[in-house]
Structures are given as C-alpha cells and as structure tokens.
Design a protein around this ligand. Structure first.
Ligand SMILES: [Zn+2]
Ligand SMILES: [Zn+2]
Length: 248
C-alpha cells in the first residue's frame, strides 16, 4: 500500500495525524538511510519513537543520523536524554546545527517536510502539517540539494566550552576548515564515465556524456558513479550522489 502511494502520489499534503503516521512509516521502511532533522527532540518522552529508531538501527543496514539544534542556552537540549546514548551505542549519529529551525525526515524512499519536531509537545499537543515527497521526484532531489547547500557551508567546531567530540557546527560565512566538503567544492566526477569535472549537482555529466543524456536521458536513468566522491555507485541525474555524500 505504501509503495503504491509512493508511486502514484509524488507530493502529498498531510494533516497532523497523517504526518505522524508517515513519520513512523518512513522510519519503519527505511532500508539504507534515515536523516532526521529536528531542532528539538524529547526522545525520553516518546517511547514509540525510541523503539522505531531502535528497530531501524537493529536492521544494521540503515545509517541513522539525527540533526538537532545547537543553541548556546540549551546546548544539551537534544543530548539531554537517557535513551539517546543507547541509540548512539547502536550506531545513531547525532549532530548539532546552529540556528536550525527546519524539520524534515528523509529516507532513501521519501522525505517528509513538516512543522513537526520530535518532541512530545509537537506530537501530542500541537497543530502540525506535513508534505510528503517520494524519492526520485524533482522536489525530493531539490530538498536534498537545499539541505546539502547548508551542509556544504564550511564547518567550524563549537566554540570554547564545548569539548564534545561529536557535533560539528555549520556556520554561514565562517572561515573554512578542513572538512571534506571544502575540498569537494570544486572536484566532482561525471556520474556516467567517472571523469573528473567541477562539482555541481545540477550538472553531473562531463561534456562527452552530457549529449547522450540530454538526447534520451531520463533523470532517473541509472548512472555509474557518485558525482561527489567518485565511487562506483548507482546514481542518476536526479540523485547524482551516493548515500554517504547525498545526506552529508
Ligand atoms: Zn562522462
Ligand atoms: Zn559519494
């Protein structure tokens, strides 16, 4: 049923109840990647969510990343959780991002853009809406691209007091550091032949390969290389990056 929905309806507007239901569906059905972007998280009050994430991590094939907001006054808002370390021990990656206000939940199958935070207040007491985008659609690709732009900003580490090892902040206009992204800004690979070209998600083909693509190319036709890291991966014009590069 869910597959039918994903194929037939590429973009759907969801009410609160549907938004929550789709969030769990997204988590349950992910097989490779789960990216949960939520400024605020109250995992300890959301046992169903904890269990769903625990199950996803149990699959071992799903890379799960949670991105929360890093606010100076509430530095550990996301991290203040008894359950989070348990998920981290199973492979959950947690990052904090300054000024984060967007909420979106992404798997390799679909994306949910919504007002919903991963908090009990949001889940239980607030009026929320959501938009569901099936993977492979232009909107889904655009969404990831917008997120990648944010991620591609030079990364800096948290200021003085934060001795945490994990989070890397992404700050607009901050000086460049050695993050992988700073190197990747200029170097990419043609997704068809692997030749080195400029990194530009919108133009992932070299000059030789582009004509063939533009002549008969479907945006979702299978290509051979990741545009960013150059690994041999199943990619497409619509999704030119491998999962690791795609979700940053
Ligand atoms: Zn090429
Ligand atoms: Zn890659």
């Amino acid at each position: 049923m869910a597959e039918v929905v994903a194929q037939v309806l590429e973009v759907e507007i969801l009410d609160k109840r549907e938004t929550v239901a789709r969030l769990y569906e997204l988590i349950d059905q992910a097989e490779r990647r789960l990216l949960l972007i939520s400024p605020y998280v109250s995992l300890d009050k959301l046992r169903d969510l904890y269990r769903a994430l625990d199950d996803a991590l149990d699959k071992k094939t799903v890379k799960v990343t949670l991105v929360g907001r890093d606010c100076p006054d509430e530095r550990n808002f996301v991290m203040k959780s008894d359950l989070l370390p348990k998920l981290q021990a199973k492979g959950l990656e947690v990052r904090l991002l300054k000024d984060l206000h967007a909420k979106m939940y992404v798997s390799e199958k679909a994306a949910l853009v919504t007002s919903l935070n991963l908090t009990d207040a949001s889940m239980n007491n607030s009026i929320e809406v959501g938009m569901w985008l099936a993977a492979g659609t232009e909107a889904y690709g655009d969404l990831i691209r917008v997120w990648k732009q944010q991620k591609a900003e030079p990364a800096v580490t948290t200021e003085s007091d934060s001795g945490h090892s994990k989070p890397t902040l992404v700050a607009r206009g901050a000086p460049q550091t050695r993050k992988r992204t700073s190197k990747a800004i200029l170097e990419g690979c043609c997704i068809r032949c692997g030749t080195e070209i400029e990194l530009d998600d919108a133009k992932p083909f070299c000059r030789e390969c582009y004509p063939a693509f533009s002549a008969r190319g479907s945006p979702t036709a299978k290509q051979n290389f990741c545009h960013e890291c150059g690994r041999k991966e199943s990619t497409s014009f619509a999704k030119p990056l491998c999962d690791d590069c795609f979700y940053g």
